[in-house]
Design a protein around this ligand. Sequence first.
Ligand code: HEM
Ligand SMILES: [Cu+2]
Length: 586
Amino acid sequence: MSIAVTHRGPAAAPVPPEPAPAPVNYLNVSHTIWSWLFTVDHKRIGLLYLGSISVFFVIGGIFAALVRTNLLMPNGAFLSEDAYNRAFTAHGVMMLFFFLIPAVPGVMGNFFIPLMIGAKDLAFPKLNIASWYVFMIGATFSGWAVLVGGIDTGWTLYPPYSSRASQSNVLPGVMGVFISGFSSIMTGLNIMVTVHKMRAPGMTWGRLPLFVWSLYATSLIQLLATPVVAVTLVLLMVERAAGIGIFDPSIGGDPILFQHLFWFYSHPAVYIMILPGMGVVSEVLTCFSRKNIFGYHAVAWSSMGIAVVGFLLWAHHMFVAGISFYAALLFSLLSMLVAVPSAIKVFNWTATLYRGSITFHAPMLLSLGFLVLFTVGGLTGLFLATLGTDIHLHDTYFVVAHFHFVMVGGMVIAYMAAVHFWWPKMTGRMYSDWWSRVASVIMIVGFFLTFVPQFIMGYHGMPRRYPNYPQEFQILNVMSTAGSSVLGLGYLLPGIYLPLSLFFGKKVGANPWSATGLEWTTPSPPTVHNFEVTPIVVCGPYEYAIGVDQMGRGLPEPPGAQDDPSHRDGSTGPSGPMKKETEVVG
Ligand code: HEM
Ligand SMILES: [Cu+2]
C-alpha cells in the first residue's frame, strides 16, 4: 500500500474516509438462515416466537371472522352446523394455546428478561431454542388437525364429545396441545432459574422491574399447572384410542373428573394469559407518566398472590355441573378473593397516573385501554362467580364477553403495547407515531363495539356455541360483527406500519422513551452479549422523579418534552441538569 502512495505523489486526491461500519448487533452479526434456526441467543429466539405466534394469530383471526360472519343471519349465513363447531374450536385452540399463552413469555420474556436483569442470556440457552422447536412441533400437529377437517369439541375438549362421540381430528389436535405444553414448561423453568441465578450485582428482588415479577409468577403457574393438563390429555387420548373408560360415562368413565382436571390447569392458565400483560402495563404506565410506580411491593406481591390463589378456584367453571352446594359456596368465595389482588393492581396503576406528566404515545394509549377493559372483564367475573347469577349467565354470550374483555381487551392489548414499547429496542427503528396512535384508538373502539353487544345478548339469554338464534338477537349480532371488522382493521394496521418501519423508520438511540430499565442502557438493537460490562444496579426500577436509570445514570429528554413549557427553561424536571450525562448513555 505504501508503494502505491509514493507513486501517486503529492498531487494524488485525498483518500475518502471509509464509512464507519455498522456496529455489530444481534441482528447483523450473521445473516444465514441456519444462524437463525440454530441460534441460542435469547433475542433471536424471541423473534422466532414473534414470527410464529403472529402466523397463528392470523389463522385464529380468520376463524373468528368466519364465526362472526356466520352469525350475521339468524339461521347461519353460510356454514353448516358441523362446520360452525369446527370453526369456533379452531379459533379457540389457535388463539389460546398457540398465541396467547406463548405471546408475552415467549416473545417479550425471552427477549427482555436477561436485558432487564443485566444478564447475557437466559440460564439455559439450548433449552430455550428447544422450547421453540417443541412449540412448533405441537403447533404443526394441532394446525394440521385444524386445517384438514378440524376438531368439533370446543377448545375445552369436554368428554364425551372428545372421547368416542366425535368424528373429527381430536387425536392429533390434542397431541399438539400436549406437546406444546412442554414448551411452556421449559420457558417457565428457564425464566425462573434465570431470575434466581443471573441477576446483575445490586439487582435485588426489591429492585426487579415489575415485568420480571409478573413473569416470575407466570412461570410458577406454567411449571406447576401444565403437567396436570398434560396428564389429563394423555388420559383423554388413551380413552379415545383404546376405548378404556376414564371420562366417558357410556364406558364407565366420569366426565366431571375431566372437568376438574381440565380446569385445575385452565383456570390458572388464564393467569398465564393475563399476568404478563399486567407486567407490561406496569412498565408502560410509569414510563409515560414519568412517575415511580405507586406501591411497588403491593404490585409485585399481588402477582404472586394471583398465582397462588389462582390455583384454588377452578370449580367456578362447574357451578352448574352438579358439584355439591358447599363446594360451590367455597369456590365462589375463593373466586371473589382473587379479585382482591387484581383490584390492588388496578388501584396502584391508577394512583401512578395521578398527577403524572402523561404523554399519549401508542404504548400508553394501549395500556390505558388495558386499564379500562381489564377492569370491566374482572368485574364481570364477579357476576359469574356469584352462584345465583351464574346459573342464569353460564354458557351464554355473557361469559364470552367476560373472557374476551380480559383476554383480548386485557392481554392482547397489553401484548400490542409491549410490541410498540419495545419495538425500537428490538429493531433499532421507530414506527410511524401517527399511524400507531390511530391504530391504538381503532383497536380500543373496535373492541368495545364487538364485545359490549355480547354482554347484552348474553344477559338476555343467547347461548354460546350455537350456530343459529331467535330473530330478536340479530341486531346485536350484526353490531358485534360490524365492530369486529373495526377491530380487525386495528390489528391490520400494525401489520403494515411495523414491517415498513424496518426499512423506512427513523433510527433510534439507546433510549427513545427515556425509560429507566437496564434494557434501555444497551444499544438499539442490542449487541450479541447484551452488556459489554456487567451493569451494577444502584436503585429501584422506576426512578423517574430524580431522572436516573437503574445504574444511576441520567435519562435523556423524554419524547414530547419539547411541547411541555415546564421543561423549556431546563430548571424543572429531571431532564434539565441531567441532560449532559445523557450523551454518555446514548
Ligand atoms: C377477577 C377475577 C375473575 C373472576 C372472579 C372470574 C370468574 C369467572 C367465572 C366464574 C367463570 C365461569 C363462568 C361460567 O362458565 O359460567 C369465568 C369464565 C372464564 N374466565 Fe374468568 N374470572 C376472572 C378473571 C379472568 C381472567 C383474568 C381471565 C383470562 C385472562 C379469565 C378468563 C375466563 C375464561 C376463558 C372463561 C371461560 C372459559 C370457558 O368456559 O370456555 N377470567 N370467569
Ligand atoms: Cu376460571
